[in-house]
Design a protein around this ligand. Structure first.
Ligand code: SF4
Ligand code: SF4
Length: 65
């Protein structure tokens, strides 16, 4: 796992998915406690660039490297 995800913070704005250079982020059919879809990261595609961390306005991501 290269990126840790705090799903309960997500508001499904999609900024992370749109800006990920490897298209590694997608939305699942599962909803968090506030009714927003949770995100999932394809570990094989992720290069730990930190763009999702930079773009997310709600502090969902922590890049572990
Ligand atoms: S660290 Fe970079 S490559 Fe990995 S999911 Fe985030 S934006 Fe995409
Ligand atoms: S940028 Fe943050 S709040 Fe927006 S969809 Fe991605 S994880 Fe959710």
């Amino acid at each position: 796992m290269k990126v840790k995800v705090d799903q309960k913070r997500c508001k499904q704005c999609e900024l992370c998915a749109v800006n990920c250079p490897k298209e590694a982020i997608s939305f699942t059919e599962t909803f968090n406690e506030f009714g927003y879809r949770t995100t999932q990261i394809e570990n094989d595609k992720c290069i730990a660039c930190g763009m999702c961390y930079i773009m997310c306005p709600d502090g969902v991501y922590e890049v572990l490297g």
